[in-house]
Structure formats: structure tokens, C-alpha cells
Design a protein around this ligand. Structure first.
Ligand code: GDP
Ligand code: IMO
Ligand code: MG
Length: 430
């Protein structure tokens, strides 16, 4: 079996998945996005040049096949903006990009519904990215989604769009008291994409199967994070897709035996964008340090990210939900200069101690108080270090403590945003 790896976020997203995917792509034949949509923001820094990708797999800067598989909800204007951006940077797309016939399409009315719903929720709003992700997945499950392949028969497509947007407009006007959208204008715009997108469209399950059969390695690029999973996350403050490793199977059409490793990405601390419970959130000086030094602003919406300590209770849940085999630790350098560093190892909920993530409502989770283990910080910078032995001893101790608490090996450590700033401890491809 090929050494295919699923890379997933083991926290609340923005763990640094994009950077790690770019790094690991060098040893792969293909990179695949299998869930989510342009709510994702994956950042790459290559020789000082930053690129944020929302839809196109983060391996595109390498000479590999990049696949957007059936589990992804597709916003065509964003796809073409991204293609233009990459072409301007001299990255070739043709012959490298493959998009599933089965991707459900996101239309402006999904975006309008997302925003209208958030407005109506008021203080209970989820804090979505406003990209129409929830309504698009709702339509998929309700069996009224329009697939990418439906665009190639213009007459049928316009009929489907008419029916779908009639329903969306009904909701917008009558339930949300919002403005309806012009179906004809949307139809014209989307049909203008049909010929442009066609060369990329195929049966990606078949394509990935042929790569598997040639014994080459495939990298599966998770978006969001486990704690935002529709089933396993902090519901209802979650996204609308399964973000766990299992989605790499349903989201591509490959079976569960086609995957070898699951690499969980964790930041050396925790962040969350949007509303919802966040037990280790800290608003004191250390929280301010993490946000400022970590430059914690959303890569998609620019919103400031909430910051807090590493939450081992939540990460242990991620190990179960994803069958994580190894970890990658990112943003270690952001802890440089902190006097003390904490890791939550248990929660106290009304005097009851939880060692594993409690199966309670989000409202109850908000009342959980983390119990911390404290570690000594370090003064010497770790930024850009590429050799474990060059790390300050306190940083080495901190890393070993995480491994011991999680009972898993950290095989990769990221010490800066640049693609070169890594400590590689084990090669998962060999
Ligand atoms: P993703 O959504 O998981 O791909 O993560 P994002 O790109 O949304 O957020 C991660 C941010 O941290 C980006 O700005 C990265 O450039 C940056 N980053 C990634 N790894 C490191 C690291 O090891 N150190 C520092 N200082 N920044 C990093
Ligand atoms: P990457 O792949 C962090 C969050 C939103 C909101 C919730 C629902 O870059 O890690 P949605 O628009 O999906 O309906 O919003 O999920 N969210 C993310 N948070 N990183 C992401 O992606 C996210 N994608 C969605 O902030 O709380
Ligand atoms: Mg992100």
C-alpha cells in the first residue's frame, strides 16, 4: 500500500495545515481537498512570499496533481480568483488541477442565506465565515444541490437553478425579511464559467484510484479542525461538514483501507475564530502575547482569533475521532519569551473532574474550568531552528511533555511560517 497520509487539524482550525501540506507534498504524487469550501484559509510562505489558498490544494506550488474532490462545496468565482492569483505568481495550473463532477455548487443565494441567518441569530450567531457553506451543505443533504457536472447542459442547469433559487428567495424574503436575488444574473454568470472549468472536471474517485494502483503516495488535506466537525465538534458552534479523517473516504470516494497515516496538526497553543466554547481561552497578558506574536487573524475573514493555552483534553478527543497516528506541532516559536507555559490536562465541571472531553452541551462546556500543568518557558528564540538539539532545553521538555500527555509521537515541528522553518524528526513516507 502507498504511504498515503491524511493531514487534519486537531483543534479549532488554523493549526498551520497549509504550510505542512506544502512541505509534505514534495514526497507525494497528489494532494486532495476532501471537505469544506472557501471557508478555509491555508497560508503558505515561500521565500518570503505569502499566499493564502481557500480552495486549491496547498500543494499547488509543487509539481503534483491537485484534486478538489466530491466532499468540497465549490464557489466558482473564488476558484477562478485563485487560479488568476497563482498564474500571476507563475504557478502553472493546467494539467495539474482536477475537480470532481460531484462537487455541490455554492451560489450567491447560499451566501445571502448564511448572512441572513447569522443576522437573525443575533447574540447566538455562530460567527460563520459568511461563505454560504452551511446552506450549501443543507441543500446537499436535502437532495436539491446542483453538482458541477450539471453545468454542462445549459438548459437543464438553468431549470435546476431556477427551482433552487426560487426556494432560496422564498426563504430570504418571507423568513429572513431580506432582499431576493436575481436568478437570471446568477445563471448568466455561472454559465460563463462552464467552458473555463470544463477542462478540470472529471471522476476524481477513478483518478485517485489509478494513482493508488500505481503505489504512489497521496496527501489528503483536511480543512477546519476536529472541534469544528458537524458531528464531533462543539455543536452548534461548528462548520457544516465532517472535518475528521473519516471524511477523506466519503469526500473522495476511496475506501477506508486506502489510507496509511493520520497526521494531526496542533499549534503549541490554541485559537478559535467565531463563537462557541473554548475552555482554555485566556484574555490576560499571555493571551495577548499569543495573538500578537502569532499574528492570530483569520486568513479568510481577517477577524482576530481568540487565543488560549494548549488543550490536551480536546486534543485527546481528536486522537479518538481521527485515529491520529502521529502529530505535527506548529508555531512553537510563538511561545518564545513567555515565562510560564500551561497545558490543560483535565476539566473541572461543577466539582466533577473530567480527564476526557465531556459529552455535554456547548452551554455546559462554557462552564468547564481547565486544570493546568505548568512548564517553564525559555528566553532563547526557537524561531527558524531546524535541529531539535538546538532548541532550548525547556522547549525540548515542553515537547516531550506533550508527547507523554498525548501518548503519541511528534514527528514534525514548525518553528516559523516559512516552508523552510521545520524540525523533521521522522519521515512518514519511508
Ligand atoms: P491553516 O488554516 O491550518 O492552514 O492555518 P492558517 O494559514 O489559517 O494559519 C496559520 C498561520 O500561522 C499562518 O499565518 C501561517 O503563515 C502561520 N504559521 C504556520 N506555521 C507557523 C510557525 O511554525 N510559526 C509561526 N510563527 N507562524 C506559523
Ligand atoms: P481552516 O481550514 C478556523 C469556523 C468559523 C465559524 C464556524 C462555522 O483555515 O482551518 P462556516 O463558515 O464554516 O459555516 O463557519 O467554523 N471556521 C473556521 N475556523 N479555520 C477554518 O478553516 C474555519 N472554517 C470555518 O469561524 O466559527
Ligand atoms: Mg486557516
Amino acid at each position: 500500500m502507498a504511504n498515503s497520509i491524511i493531514v487534519i487539524g486537531a483543534q479549532w482550525g488554523d493549526e498551520g495545515k497549509g504550510k505542512i501540506i506544502d512541505l509534505l507534498t514534495r514526497q507525494s504524487t497528489a494532494v486532495v481537498r476532501f471537505q469544506g469550501g472557501h471557508n478555509a484559509g491555508h497560508t503558505l510562505v515561500i521565500e518570503g512570499d505569502e499566499t493564502i489558498l481557500h480552495l486549491i490544494p496547498s500543494g499547488i506550488f509543487n509539481d503534483v496533481d491537485c484534486v478538489i474532490a466530491n466532499g468540497v462545496v465549490l464557489h466558482l468565482p473564488t476558484l477562478f480568483d485563485e487560479i488568476t492569483l497563482l498564474q500571476k505568481k507563475g504557478v502553472s495550473i493546467d494539467h495539474k488541477l482536477h475537480i470532481s463532477t460531484l462537487c455541490p455548487l455554492i451560489f450567491p443565494s447560499h451566501i445571502a442565506l448564511d448572512n441572513a441567518k447569522e443576522k437573525t441569530l443575533g447574540s447566538k450567531a455562530i460567527g460563520t465565515t459568511g461563505r454560504g457553506i452551511g446552506p450549501a451543505y443543507e441543500d446537499k443533504v436535502a437532495r436539491r444541490a446542483i453538482h458541477l457536472s450539471d453545468m454542462f447542459d445549459a438548459e437543464r442547469f438553468l431549470e435546476q437553478l431556477n427551482r433552487l433559487m426560487e426556494f432560496h428567495n422564498f426563504l430570504l424574503v418571507n423568513y429572513y425579511n431580506a432582499k431576493p436575488l436575481d436568478v437570471l444574473a446568477v445563471g448568466d454568470e455561472w454559465l460563463s464559467y462552464a467552458d473555463k472549468v470544463k477542462p478540470y472536471v472529471k471522476d476524481t474517485a477513478l483518478f485517485l484510484d489509478s494513482i493508488n494502483n500505481s503505489n504512489a503516495s497521496i496527501l489528503f488535506e483536511g480543512a477546519q479542525g476536529t472541534m469544528l466537525d458537524i458531528d464531533h465538534g462543539t455543536y452548534p458552534y461548528v462548520t457544516s461538514s465532517n472535518t475528521v479523517a473519516g471524511a477523506a473516504s466519503t469526500g473522495t470516494g476511496l475506501g477506508p483501507r486506502d489510507f496509511k497515516h493520520v497526521l494531526g496538526i496542533i499549534k503549541a497553543y490554541t485559537t478559535r475564530v467565531g463563537s462557541g466554547p473554548f475552555p482554555t481561552e485566556t484574555q490576560d497578558e499571555s493571551g495577548e502575547h499569543l495573538g500578537r506574536v502569532g499574528v492570530e487573524f483569520g486568513a479568510t475573514t481577517g477577524r482576530p482569533r481568540r487565543c488560549g493555552w494548549l488543550d490536551a483534553v480536546a486534543v485527546k478527543k481528536s486522537i479518538i475521532n481521527n485515529s491520529i497516528s502521529h502529530f505535527c506541532l506548529t508555531k512553537l516559536d510563538v511561545l518564545d519569551g513567555l515565562e510560564k507555559i500551561s497545558i490543560a490536562v483535565e476539566y473541572d465541571y461543577n466539582g466533577k473532574i473530567f480527564t476526557s472531553f465531556p459529552s455535554i452541551s456547548s452551554d455546559e462546556l462554557k462552564r468547564c474550568k481547565p486544570i493546568y500543568r505548568e512548564f517553564k518557558g525559555w528566553e532563547q528564540p526557537t524561531s527558524g531552528i531546524r535541529n531539535f538539539r538546538d532548541l532550548p532545553i525547556e522547549a525540548q521538555d515542553y515537547i516531550h511533555a506533550i508527547e507523554s500527555i498525548l501518548s503519541k509521537k511528534i514527528v514534525l515541528i514548525s518553528t516559523g511560517p516559512d516552508r523552510k522553518d521545520n524540525i523533521i524528526l521522522e519521515d512518514l513516507f519511508t
